[in-house]
Design a protein around this ligand. Structure first.
Ligand code: HEM
Length: 209
């Protein structure tokens, strides 16, 4: 039930965008609005996906990990919609412009890198791929870190006037990545948190992931 609610919540911005497009309620520049909303939701869902492991560590409840794949796939779906808006509506058939944009606008290069880094993660998100890839799967899925950094750079580079909004996203990204550092993990598991543990008590290591 909670899983379905989570899917419905993640799908609702897309449903709203379809509704607003059909009703012609996207404002004076509907293409910019579609690009804005799909880009922002892709980034928010990517950050929500990254937040699941720290939440597991902080709350001690492993149920959070069950939402990682769902959130990652929704983030990729919004990023692909965002790319489709750019290719189909923004460029409108002027495909040669892609090469100019990639070479002249660093933010397009950063966005494209983020999408390309997310692609193999989406393609290997099935249970069969997890089984087939074994240990390699974990290593491959570390691509989420450069992907979220590239997405943050993409956002901060494209903003011309007020960088506060992309900087907030970059700040959240930095906190979520810092919470995964081995130093943080080890200190969370040090015996000093247990009042009766003597100096010779062995330090427990928290599980990876
Ligand atoms: C090939 C891939 C991509 C292309 C070509 C692309 C292109 C664009 C363009 C043209 C804009 C609007 C720029 C403007 O307003 O002047 C934009 C905005 C944005 N994109 Fe991308 N993007 C790509 C991938 C991504 C990915 C993977 C993410 C996130 C995971 C993302 C997040 C954003 C965000 C947050 C904005 C700002 C939205 C706003 O507040 O206006 N983009 N992108």
């Amino acid at each position: 039930m909670i899983r379905w609610l989570a899917h419905l919540t993640a799908a609702s911005p897309a449903l709203w965008l379809i509704w607003a497009t059909v009703r012609d309620q996207l404002g004076a520049d509907p293409i910019a609005e579609l690009s804005h909303e799909t880009g922002q939701w892709a980034l928010r869902l990517l950050l929500a996906c990254l937040a699941m492991t720290p939440l597991r560590r902080i709350t001690g409840h492993s149920g959070w990990l069950g939402y990682r794949r769902m959130l990652g796939l929704w983030a990729f779906a919004y990023a692909s919609l965002h790319l489709a808006v750019y290719l189909v509506l923004d460029l409108g058939g002027y495909w040669r412009q892609i090469l100019d944009d990639l070479s002249q606008r660093p933010y397009i290069m950063a966005g494209a890198s983020a999408w390309l880094l997310l692609l193999p993660l989406a393609l290997t998100s099935t249970r069969a791929a997890i089984r087939r890839l074994g240990r390699q799967w974990r290593r491959l899925h570390r691509l989420i870190y450069p992907a979220v950094i590239a997405a943050g750079l993409h956002f901060v580079w494209l903003v011309k006037a007020d960088p506060r909004e992309p900087l907030i996203y970059i700040g959240i990204t930095a906190v979520l990545l810092a919470l995964r550092l081995p130093l943080g993990r080890r200190s969370a598991a040090t015996p000093t948190t247990r009042p009766n543990a003597g100096p010779s008590a062995p330090a427990r290591r928290s599980p990876p992931g």
